[in-house]
Design a protein around this ligand. Structure first.
Ligand code: FES
Length: 136
């Protein structure tokens, strides 16, 4: 199996549906002649693949050491209260998904928050709400 082609196919499915639906898992397994378990293993390994629909905006807040010391937990709590969801959940209107994640690569600038592909550093509680309000 050409793993690069397999990953490209998975990305295409993720981009099309916003997640990897069950029916596509079967198709990919047949197409690459691999067991479904291998497709699931890939989905579980890579954080950018989902098996359920996500929000239009995926909010990631780093809680690794550096950000944790800079009180990322408070940012997470503000976001949870504001959106009414917990870690790993999506709002009913499918607008936001919240994920507490490991290091986002800006350790000296924490707390760090990411909305889809955009990184925000030195995030305060007020700033977190302003960022969410701009997601229209
Ligand atoms: S510890 Fe948060 S970005 Fe690295």
């Amino acid at each position: 199996m050409n793993y690069a082609n397999f990953l490209e196919r998975m990305h295409n499915i993720q981009d099309t549906y916003g997640y990897i639906p069950e029916c596509e898992i079967d198709k990919v397994a047949r197409e690459f002649n691999i067991p479904r378990s291998k497709v699931y293993g890939t989905i579980r390994f890579y954080s950018m693949f989902y098996t359920e629909p996500t929000g239009k905006y995926i909010i990631r807040v780093c809680d690794s050491l550096s950000c944790h010391i800079n009180e990322s937990k408070e940012i997470v709590e503000v976001i949870k209260d504001y959106l009414g969801i917990d870690n790993g959940e999506t709002t009913e209107d499918r607008k936001f998904t919240l994920e507490i994640v490991e290091c986002l690569g800006h350790c000296g600038e924490g707390p760090v928050m990411m909305v889809n592909d955009h990184i925000y550093t030195h995030v305060s509680k007020t700033m977190a709400i302003e960022i969410l309000d701009k997601c229209v």
